[in-house]
Design a protein around this ligand. Structure first.
Ligand SMILES: CC(C)(COP(=O)(O)OP(=O)(O)OC[C@H]1O[C@@H](n2cnc3c(N)ncnc32)[C@H](O)[C@@H]1OP(=O)(O)O)[C@@H](O)C(=O)NCCC(=O)NCCS
Length: 194
């Protein structure tokens, strides 16, 4: 039976015991990892029976040579080995992307070309395109910066309008469909601009 995974969101950099718990989950919580955590603007955590089993963040500590305006990096992705191939990354990645797009930044993510699990995901997704490749500062190995195809930067660069269809999980309040237009006050029914 598939585990019942619950997701929680935070809009602040993790500190204290939450930082400790997420650090324990991560593969290699080194100085760079903590730097990204310090600059986290959004954190999605996957939980199973009260235990953290997955993590993804959006941060602004971008060190890769991206040339997009206002880059917001989707990073820190990690799923506990016992919970992989269940779609947890898929869910957290979509959630991060929706957040970054809604904040008006240009979502990017940086992938080590040797990481097959990540490469296959971004390569087959229509929501991502390659911005550029470069050589990793620390690894000296090929890295790739991917950019959201829904970002204004990407769309205008492709000659498209910057507008994109609403995200599937962006739901307008139901009652808006039924609300009648507000009645104008006595001095508001005027064509003269303020
Ligand atoms: C990469 C990682 C986050 C994927 O998490 P996950 O929850 O297992 O991923 P998902 O279940 O959402 O996978 C979605 C799809 O990605 C692809 N994928 C996932 N893992 C894969 C693997 N090991 N090899 C090839 N493709 C893989 C598959 O297409 C998969 O769909 P499928 O299971 O229906 O075939 C996880 O393996 C991990 O934490 N790895 C160590 C840290 C890491 O590499 N982080 C990413 C840094 S950029």
């Amino acid at each position: 039976m598939l585990p019942n995974i619950e997701y929680s969101l935070s809009y602040a950099a993790p500190t204290g015991i939450e930082r400790d718990a997420l650090s324990a989950l991560a593969l290699n919580p080194d100085a760079r990892w903590h730097d990204r955590m310090d600059h986290a603007q959004f954190v999605v955590t996957a939980m199973h029976e009260g235990t953290r089993v997955g993590l993804g963040i959006v941060h602004t500590s971008v060190t890769a040579p991206s040339e997009v305006p206002r880059p917001m990096e989707l990073g820190g992705m990690f799923v506990h080995p016992a919970y992989r191939r269940l779609g947890i990354r898929q869910y957290m990645a979509e959630t991060r992307l929706t957040y970054a797009l809604s904040m008006g930044g240009t979502p990017i993510t940086v992938i080590d070309n040797r990481n097959a699990a990540s490469w296959s995901y971004y390569e087959r997704s229509a929501r991502w395109a390659i911005e550029r490749e470069y050589t990793g500062y620390f690894t000296s190995m090929p890295m790739t910066i991917w950019v959201s195809t829904e970002s204004s930067w990407y769309r205008t660069g492709m000659g498209l309008a910057p507008l994109v269809p609403a995200q599937p999980n962006t739901v307008l309040p139901q009652q808006l469909n039924h609300v009648r237009p507000l009645a104008l006050g006595p001095d508001q029914d005027s064509s003269v601009t303020a």
